[in-house]
Design a binder for this molecule. Sequence first.
Ligand code: NDP
Length: 315
Amino acid sequence: MNNIESVKCLIIGSGPAGYTAAIYAARASMKPVLYKGMQPGGQLTTTNEVENFPGYPDGITGPEMMLQLEAQAKRFDTDVRDGFIDKVDFSTLPHKVWTEDGTEIHADTVIISTGASAKYLGIESEQYYLKNGGGVSACAVCDGFFYRGQDVVIVGAGDSACEEAGYLANICNSVTMLVRRDEFRASKIMRNRVLNNPKIKVLFNTEIDDVFGDGNVVTGVRVVNNKTNDKEEISCTGVFIAIGHKPNTDIFKDYLELDETGYIKNIPGTAKTSVEGVFVGGDAADHVYRQAITAAGTGCMAALDAERYLAAKEG
Ligand code: NDP
């Protein structure tokens, strides 16, 4: 029995959901311990400017906002730790989790805020402009505004890609949508909205071969028709990748009810999962809204539900 620690509230993940849960749990004297996880700060750390989070009239960068949320959580004595949880056992109470260095933690309540990761094409030039420059994004609602009046390309053919193409068409000069097969995956209504929008041009059987630019910002993409092998260049300043997200829920799959794509199922209207004492906030349970503000909101719900659960148990 070495290295076992007992906590009232363990929070896994450090995006807006995790830190908001921490602020609420700490203020309710639950002494939360928060593990930052593999990507401290979550998806927002890959976003430059956040202009749609209420309370920041001049905008704020994603990394800066996450530092502020961390500072706010620490102000109320959240124990914020580097490291990640790589194994759980939710079959008995208290719940057991293990950190990557082998520490075993017994938790009365667990709040999961591990988020989701956007999928990318994985080509080198895409990753270069995603990480070093400007012009590649996986979130039209977050970043579309920066491309207003400009020409953009969007990759994907699901409901998200269609929705985001419509969003971009309202802001941008032109939207070229690249669909890798000769048909959409999206529902008929979403597909028709795209096809009937004069500002969106759809290229079927078309994939990105290269993203190019001046080293700082994107100036275009080279695409290839996968039927004819014909290549062409399209001038654009923004490349939106909308090929789906993967929720970071693999370690929970043996214990919690997940939907067919791996998102944690919460009891509607609550942050409760299928297991007593385990709660979820943020994108790990949300494939629809996926915004920092909605993650913060459901992180708050998770802490309040955890607090009420403990209060009911303690009588
Ligand atoms: P999906 O998994 O539904 O679609 C992903 C799309 O990306 C597919 O068209 C797929 O192509 C394409 N794709 C995947 N990999 C690549 C690649 N390497 N290169 C090019 N294209 C690629 O993800 P979504 O995010 O669109 O949707 C997720 C879930 O959320 C769905 O259930 C959806 O219905 C739901 N949703 C609903 C909305 C609504 O109802 N308003 C809005 C947004 C999402 P292919 O088809 O060839 O596999």
